[in-house]
Design a protein around this ligand. Structure first.
Ligand SMILES: CSC[C@@H](O)[C@@H](O)C(=O)COP(=O)(O)O
Length: 367
């Protein structure tokens, strides 16, 4: 999507210097900083520190990590070592393992001399595919928004609520939850998006920045405001992304998503989740019992980063000195609270049958 009129992806390969370039998201929305990455270790740090973040982008970044590793040492031992090293960078988003498995499967049978080039080609392929898949998710979600918009009184916008940042910078381009929003806006449908701040890391500020750059009307609200907005008829649909979706349709996403699903159910508001099939973990069923939830540094809860009046980006402490903090980064919304899953192939119910009918060949992979 565009930043100040220039089209960007969230990461790209610099062919001149043979390095990966990323947007370092720690400084957004206040500063656009690009980082060049030439070493596997730096790429892993970028994932751990959330310079790159969002499930699909983590997957694409990891594929470039495998390419950097193969350029350094294409041996079998290093192929396995790079897989293991990258796999432990973040535990919840399954796109990470999906991309690493795909790379290892493709590279293992090749001669060592061919691996570096093949790994880079594959990383480009994974990145390009992500863009196309998200564009299609947008088309499928757009059909839903059109239906809701058609029922609205003239002059009233369709009001969506989103949580976290499932936007273009959480993917290679388009985003998952935001892709239908961008496409609806571009088609001329009047939209208004309620953007949850998403404490503790405030990914809502990233979503607000994205939507603002594209001209989509939106309002940044506190995480606690959503239920109130729903009770007052101000939300037509909740639309979020996911980091891991189980084979029965449970959805693991940024902490706080579950509470929005509960409020949506209580108010009879459709709750949709947008995802590429690479976010489905066919090996797990019960999300609450089986998905590992990342526990992040408590400093993310006790401190907050923002821009001072003088324009400097600074971190300040919110809590008394030495306050113990807890920071589970994701939660699971059980499938019974999910109205539907918007995928690149279409919209399906969040049920075992819904998913296996939509992706029979993937579902069969573990049966
Ligand atoms: C298209 S991204 C979907 C999810 O990855 C997104 O909603 C999310 O939870 C991101 O978490 P983050 O911790 O910022 O990587």
């Amino acid at each position: 999507m565009k930043i100040n009129g220039t089209h960007y992806r969230s990461l790209w390969w610099n062919h001149e210097n043979n390095v990966l370039e990323i947007i370092d998201q720690r400084w957004l929305p206040h500063e656009l900083r690009i980082q060049q990455i030439a070493r596997l270790q730096d790429l892993a740090t970028a994932i751990v520190e959330m310079r790159v973040r969002g499930a699909p982008l983590i997957g694409a970044t990891a594929a470039y990590g495998m390419a950097l590793a193969m350029a350094e040492d294409p041996s079998d031992a290093n192929l396995d070592a790079a897989w293991a090293y990258l796999e432990k960078t973040r535990p919840t988003a399954i796109n990470l393992r999906w991309a690493l498995d795909r790379c290892r499967r493709a590279l293992q049978p090749l001669a060592e001399t061919d691996r570096a080039e093949a790994a880079l080609t594959l990383a480009h392929e994974i990145a390009d595919e992500d863009v196309e898949v998200n564009r299609r998710i947008g088309e499928n979600g757009l059909a839903l928004i059109r239906e809701i918009a058609a029922r609205k009184p003239a002059g009233e916008p369709t009001r969506l609520l989103t949580h976290c940042n499932a936007g273009w910078i959480a993917t290679v381009d388009w985003g998952t939850a935001t892709s239908p929003m961008y496409q609806a806006h571009d088609e001329g449908i009047a939209l208004h998006v309620w953007v949850d701040e998403t404490r503790p890391r405030n990914q809502g500020a990233l979503t607000a920045w994205e939507l603002g750059s594209h001209g989509v009307p939106h309002t940044y609200i506190t995480d606690n405001a959503g239920g109130h907005m729903m009770q007052h008829g101000l939300v037509d649909m909740v639309l979020i992304g996911t980091d891991r979706t189980t084979r029965q349709g449970d959805v693991c996403n940024k902490i706080g998503s579950y509470l929005k699903a509960l409020a949506a159910r209580d108010n009879d508001i459709p709750f949709y989740v947008a995802l590429p099939s690479s976010t489905i973990d066919w090996t797990v069923s019960n999300g609450v019992a089986e998905i590992p939830i990342e526990e992040r540094d408590v400093r993310e809860t006790t401190h907050v980063q923002g821009k001072t009046e003088a324009g400097a980006i600074e971190s300040v402490q919110l809590t008394p000195d030495d306050t113990p903090g807890g920071n589970p980064a994701f939660d699971v919304t059980p499938n019974r609270l999910v109205t539907g899953l918007i995928t690149e192939r279409g919209i399906c119910p969040a049920t075992p049958e819904g998913l296996s009918d939509m992706f029979p060949e993937l579902a069969r992979g573990v049966e």
